[in-house]
Design a protein around this ligand. Sequence first.
Ligand code: AMP
Length: 417
Amino acid sequence: MFKRVSGTRDILPNEIESWQNIENISRSIFSCHNYHQIRTPLIEEESLFNRSLGESTEIVQKQMFLIKREHDVFAMRPEGTASIVRAYIENNIDKSQGFAKYYYIGPMFRAERPQKGRLRQFHHIGCEAIGSYGPGIDVEVIVLADSLLKAYGIKGYRIVINSLGCFSDKQAFILSLKVKLQEMRSDLCDDCKDRYERNILRILDCKNEACQKIIKELNISGSSRCEPCQAHFNSVRQSLDLLKIDYEVAPNLVRGLDYYNRTVFEFKHSELGAGQDALGAGGRYDSLVKQLDGPETGAVGFAFGIERLLLVANQQAIIAPKEGNLVYLVTLGDDAKNAGLQILSDIRQSGIIADTDYEGKSLKAAMRKANDLHARFVAILGSDELKEGVITLKDMANSSQEKVKIAELTRKLKGSA
Ligand code: AMP
């Protein structure tokens, strides 16, 4: 019997609804922010990734699935950013439109050791905003990522941000790290001994306890940032504060790829486990477009891993409303109709499928419609209910009905779903 390749998954029909739900929500949130979908090939020339991610990065060193054909070497894409920048340049989008805001949804491939939340074929939902150096777009993508998680119904995540500064700052930081870690090299784990030579920044996110202890003692701060980079970071932080987005500054957050500079961020969730607690991550990459032979221009983006979103979302039982659990809201009279707008929106925002009658049908006709739609519940709001702050909830499975406080409705519905 054939088995699927280790680290890959079959997404069976009973899971498809969750996937489609995430994809649909994403499309709508991205659209509201004026991001447009782009689809690039799953294979690219290997050298595209070597050049952009960096020869010394773990992905390029160890994780690329390569396909050799005669004199060509192709790579199954390990991430989306390099391909999208390639497409931006190759299709002359810099010349025709300059600023481009793209989003993408699709599979990525990395030859990793498979474990929970770490696959060899996984799926990204991400975006790239290419064509601006301004801090405003950093803020936009962080807020956009936050809005996506809220729209998926995911709670309990933390936003962690840092600024790597410009490439000279980053270089200075790398040098100071080399000096500081020189004497402690022999105490690092084997991977970090190797990282010391190849990609020293990665030592900062090593999960090994001994390495963590050493890193803590280094007391890393953001002091190596130059003045314009510090001003950029301050501006990002001020806007996030204004928008009341909760975040933490983590000077140890570096991200593993060569192309990142200035703002970097991660969305972390403790339920994912220590080794891979990021739901998604991203940052600025101001030199990549030029490095891939395009114009000099700034860019920023992020990607979420869909499998990890689903791991967290399924535990919270918010995503993927089950078919047949539709709630049909019937309002009687204008006041109830107005109040019903908010109730409908609240039900939908909590991840439950809800619909209503838009034509002012009679109760009898509305109930018929609810039956046609196979509604699981009908929520009836008339003037008496409105006065009492309740709603009549009819369970269509057993025809029982009860009055539920409006404020309690979504909690009640979720408990019954
Ligand atoms: P990265 O491109 O490594 O910054 O990853 C962005 C997001 O993709 C991570 O936060 C994860 O959610 C997801 N991801 C990365 N690698 C894997 C993997 N091997 N398996 C599953 N999800 C992954």
